[in-house]
Design a protein around this ligand. Structure first.
Ligand SMILES: [Zn+2]
Length: 95
């Protein structure tokens, strides 16, 4: 469990595919039998499948940068920097 200690936030708090914060059951993806999946958000995972099974980590970063750009919360280069550092550490992209 030593790996958990170095991780500042508990797993499941963010979607382990796109990094979106999951604030409630409404944000969670669903498994094949319709139960909520706490690891992935509803945009990434639905009915037991990834909505974009062939997306690469680079493409995911671009996608998140695009979404954040629309939301206009941070300058694009800041978003790109943060997403590029954070997303590859998520469960889906870890080897
Ligand atoms: Zn997601």
């Amino acid at each position: 469990m030593s790996a958990m200690k170095s991780c500042p936030s508990p797993e499941g708090q963010f979607c382990q595919s796109c990094g979106m914060p999951m604030e409630g059951a409404g944000d969670e993806g669903t498994d094949k039998d319709g139960t909520k999946n706490k690891s992935y958000c509803r945009f990434c995972y639905s009915g037991g499948l990834f909505t974009e099974p062939d997306i690469t980590v680079e493409e995911m970063i671009e996608k998140v940068v695009g979404i954040m750009k629309v939301m206009n919360l941070m300058p694009e280069e800041k978003v790109r920097e943060a997403a590029g550092a954070f997303i590859p550490t998520l469960e889906r992209w870890r080897e």
